[in-house]
Design a protein around this ligand. Structure first.
Ligand SMILES: Cc1ncc(COP(=O)(O)O)c(C=O)c1O
Length: 396
């Protein structure tokens, strides 16, 4: 028997990366070797000391039961210490909650804070994770354009007053996936003032907090009165190469934290104590390893010079493990470009419009593969575009 999706799920649609993964698997079945510069899964292992800590935690029978909702005391204390040390932000006990990966929280927030007819503000282009909870909650999404000329920061003055009035939530994410742009403290000050003025819950997704190259990325909670209007979501996935462990947390406004915790408690449940205790150890120890990881991504980013030397404009990235590349003006359709590049040169990239309409004309490269593979991938992209220009100016 085949069951039908509910309207809620039917509206969600398939993610671009899931579709691309299927295409890659199909090419690989045909014996082709694909250079995957599409997905954003850290390629390096979790730092060994964290793995060792988890192994010893696994030996402790008290870790096997249901974990406390919202995080165990060990991890919550580590989070408070971490925010004090890294960002000089003091957090009270009710300003912290833990969950199994930030994706769950991004989906939970609209469900916990918005009703049908409310507006939720999102960046465009943006990570796929914000739209699903919004769709399921019945709220309306209003996309804030992020443009190169404004350093990929939204222009808050362009949000119409009637939209701001109906808005319940605003999602932001810096360092930004997919453009690599960073935010400034001045920008966050303006966001906090805007949130307070319009009673909007600001949700800053800080997934790439630690992958910031020239200077540390500012935390939203460092800005004046930020805690009165918003929260920050931090995941261990990228900072410690712990994507598969599913460990993340939110900090900030106590009332938002409480609503988020209620939703998570009743849906996803708690996070395995072994993971929480390993996470707590990670937050309080791995400074050197984190520095080395940043240096590795920074080195990989420098491979993009090959594209620049061949006429591509690569956006200056403040952080993340992504590069945001402008297509030559002669190529109008980035989706077709990505599809043909995969088919003809076996290189997977994500077309910018998969992140929203303001991504048109761009594509995203992930730096989660070795410099050698990245270099080969970039050379194939250059060759592909050269063939295109020397040929009929059409994909065949
Ligand atoms: C901007 C952004 N937010 C959140 C996530 C999800 O992180 P997590 O592993 O905690 O679910 C990602 C993952 O790619 C991301 O790019």
């Amino acid at each position: 028997m085949q069951f039908k999706a509910s309207q809620r799920i039917a509206q969600v649609g398939q993610k671009y990366l899931a579709i691309q993964q299927k295409q890659i698997r199909s090419l690989e079945k045909q014996g082709m070797k694909v250079i995957n510069l599409g997905r954003g899964n850290p390629d390096q292992p979790t730092f060994p000391q964290i793995v060792a800590k988890a192994k010893s935690e696994l030996e402790q029978p008290q870790n096997y039961g249901y974990p406390p909702y919202g995080g165990n005391e060990n991890l919550k204390a580590a989070i408070r210490k971490f925010y004090a040390a890294e960002y000089q932000v003091t957090l009270a006990a009710d300003e912290v909650t833990v969950f199994s990966g930030s994706t769950a929280a991004l989906t939970a927030l609209p469900m916990a804070l918005a009703n049908s007819g409310d507006v939720i503000l999102t960046p465009d282009p943006a990570f796929f994770g914000y739209h699903i909870g919004i769709t399921m909650s019945g709220a309306t999404e209003w996309r804030m354009p992020l443009l190169a000329e404004n350093n990929y920061l939204p222009d808050l003055s362009l949000i119409p007053p009637e939209i701001a009035q109906k808005a319940k939530l605003m999602f932001l994410n810096y360092p930004h996936n997919p453009t690599g742009a960073g935010a400034t403290s001045e920008f966050f000050e303006r966001v906090a003032a805007f949130g307070l003025q319009h009673k909007i819950a600001i949700v800053h997704d800080f997934a790439y907090a630690d992958l910031s190259f020239a200077k540390p990325a500012p935390s939203f909670l460092q800005s004046r009165r930020a805690k009165e209007t918003g929260i920050e979501i931090y995941t261990l996935s990228k900072t410690f190469n712990m994507a598969g462990w599913r460990c993340a947390f939110a900090v900030g406004n106590a009332s938002i934290i409480k609503l988020l915790k209620t939703y998570i408690q009743n849906s996803v449940g708690g996070t395995f104590n072994v993971v929480q205790n390993a996470g707590s150890f990670a937050l309080l120890s791995q400074k050197k390893q984190r520095q080395k990881l940043r240096a590795l991504y920074s080195k990989r980013r420098s491979v993009m010079r090959v594209l620049e030397e061949n006429g591509f404009a690569v956006a200056h990235s403040a952080g993340t493990f992504f590069s945001w590349v402008r297509l030559p003006a002669t190529i109008k359709d980035e989706r077709q470009f990505a599809a043909e590049l995969l088919k003809q040169k076996q290189v997977a990239v994500v077309p910018g419009s998969a992140f929203g309409k303001n991504g048109q004309g761009y594509f995203r490269i992930s730096l989660v593969t070795s410099t050698a593979v990245l270099l080969t991938g970039c050379k194939r992209i250059v060759e592909f575009v050269k063939d295109y220009h020397e040929g009929s100016g059409q994909f065949d």
